[in-house]
Design a binder for this molecule. Structure first.
Ligand code: SF4
Length: 512
């Protein structure tokens, strides 16, 4: 059942890997789907790409499940990369889907958080996000090793056979503020620790950001193949992206104007779009990426061939093209100093800004937690005994109401019973993050705003970063990995759960 050639082998054996992204739509009976199949057949016969990836309900709309197209691609001799997101399914469905992928021999996964659901049958679908990308990678890694079923579950106590998944992850280096940049990179560290074996970047047109990512990985000592996301930008796509409706991708007005001008050419900008993508591919190769991942405007085989050929031709001159790829907003944050000669980076960190937004209540919350919810507090043994008695008395339900009334007012508490407030600078990810993420932000925030509520609600992780900054404590976010929330605790007292040791993570706030 395994693939003819694993993606790990492809990454090992090639100097430079080129993958291409396919976006299945809402029906397999359309011209779009027929184009995908024809394209895949033709590129298979010409051996143009090392792998084809298939998106998972891109943009938050329902679409054909990637495994269905993956199966067809496999039959054609392709190596499919299945985008596997955390949205639309809880952890049991995720496991079930992973078992199905194993059965189909589809083992290369691109694990990602996924887009927030937008349009669906008769309205917006319920957002699920039971796991985040870090916990999903952890789960896939455990399945790789073969995990042991708990003896308490029916049929438990046995070891499940290992499954040869090869998971990758994504990162968005195109963040323009200090908090969003660092939070993205720290999350990448956690993803790699949780088992990611390769990385694909978000698309963008700023070479300094592409290189920043490579510098960061080198500084962290993370040796992992990274494929740069290359966008073939036509006028239709440029207009959509400029409107900011695709989370995580930004293009400037200047770039939009350029593409508009190109679209007046007799070929409606085809040549210019290919040229731009080919130059960026050459640059990324020159910078040291191990490959590129091409996506964007639909291509025919001839155009795909031309793109690859041209990028090879451009490779010896890649440095010449650097000035054409500086698409970033004014005042954008970069982690490293600028090398004025090349417009790239020098391997020296920029100083971080002292800007913080702490909130008036934060110090009181921290004090209350240290006194009442720390095993190091002198009160802890007494409170634990008292909690034990209370948990077995008729007063428990009144205590529960009291706890949730108070926490609703202070934190907009969602009564999960599995509290992570101390780790999250007293901001609740269940109520403040649209995707309920526990291990760092998704890639969709823009200028500090949540991708789901732009201009209305700031990304909770940016707020956490700013709250922790005065004590230089946000750095613990780089290493913190929280397990998924335990739904068995829903609507139980998180305070009593803490004292009774049911929520092992609800300890004192981590030290900086
Ligand atoms: S709050 Fe931040 S991490 Fe959560 S969905 Fe919004 S942008 Fe993503």
């Amino acid at each position: 059942m395994s693939e003819r050639r694993g993606f790990d082998e492809i990454l090992r054996s090639r100097d430079f890997v080129v993958t291409f992204e396919l976006v299945p739509g809402r029906s397999t009976r359309t011209r779009h789907y027929r184009h995908i199949i024809r394209f895949a057949e033709e590129v298979a016969s010409k051996g143009l790409f090392d792998a084809l990836s298939i998106t998972d309900n891109a943009g938050g709309h329902p679409a054909l499940a990637p495994e269905a197209l993956g199966r067809e691609l496999r039959r054609m001799g392709h190596h499919p990369i299945i985008h596997f997101s955390c949205k639309d399914k809880n952890r049991n469905m995720i496991e079930s889907d992973l078992l199905a992928l194993d059965r189909e021999g589809l083992h290369t996964l691109l694990v990602l958080t996924g887009d927030y659901p937008r349009y669906g049958y008769r309205g917006r679908a319920k957002p699920v996000f039971d796991l985040d990308s870090v916990s999903l990678l952890r789960m896939v890694s455990e399945m790789r090793r073969g995990f042991r079923l708990s003896p308490e579950v029916p049929g438990g106590g046995v070891e499940l056979p290992p499954i040869p998944f090869f998971p990758g992850c994504v990162v968005n280096p195109f963040k323009w503020s200090e908090a969003e940049t660092l939070l993205q990179y720290w999350k990448l560290v956690r993803k790699v620790r949780a088992g990611a074996r390769f990385v694909i970047t978000q698309v963008g047109f700023c070479v300094r950001k592409f290189q920043e990512l490579l510098f960061f990985l080198r500084e962290e000592g993370l040796r992992i193949p990274v494929l740069a996301g290359i966008l073939v930008l036509d006028i239709r796509l440029a207009r959509i992206l400029h409107r900011g409706v695709v989370p995580g991708i930004t293009i400037s007005t200047e770039l939009l104007r350029e593409v508009e001008k190109e679209s007046q050419d007799p070929d409606r900008g085809r040549e210019a779009a290919l040229d731009r993508a080919a130059k960026l591919m050459a640059i990324c190769r020159g910078l040291g990426f191990q490959g590129v991942h091409i996506c964007g405007a639909p291509l025919d085989v001839e155009a795909a061939h031309e793109l690859l050929e041209r990028s090879r031709e451009y490779l010896p001159r890649w440095q010449e093209f650097l000035p054409q790829f500086r698409d970033h907003p004014r005042g954008a944050f970069f982690l490293y100093e600028e090398d004025r000669e090349t417009g790239l980076n020098r391997p020296r960190r920029m100083p971080l800004t002292p800007k913080t937004r702490r909130g008036i209540l934060y110090p009181f919350m921290e004090l209350a937690h240290r006194v009442f919810f720390s095993s190091r507090s002198p009160l802890f043994p007494y409170l634990r005994r008292w909690a034990d008695k209370l948990a077995h008395s008729a007063l428990e339900k009144y205590f529960l109401h009291l706890e949730y009334a108070l926490k609703k007012v202070l934190f907009d508490c969602q009564e999960c019973g599995d509290c992570v407030l101390p780790q999250m600078a007293y901001l609740c990810p269940q109520s403040q993050c649209a995707k309920f993420l526990l291990n760092g932000p998704c890639g969709g925030s823009r200028d500090g705003w949540c991708e789901v509520y732009p201009g209305k609600r700031r990304c909770v992780y940016v707020r956490i970063y700013e709250r922790l900054k005065p004590e230089k404590r946000p750095y613990y976010l780089r290493d913190l990995e929280l397990p998924p929330r335990d739904w068995a605790l829903f609507r139980t007292s998180s305070w009593l759960n803490f004292y009774q040791g049911k929520t092992p993570r609800s300890t004192e706030p981590p030290e900086g």
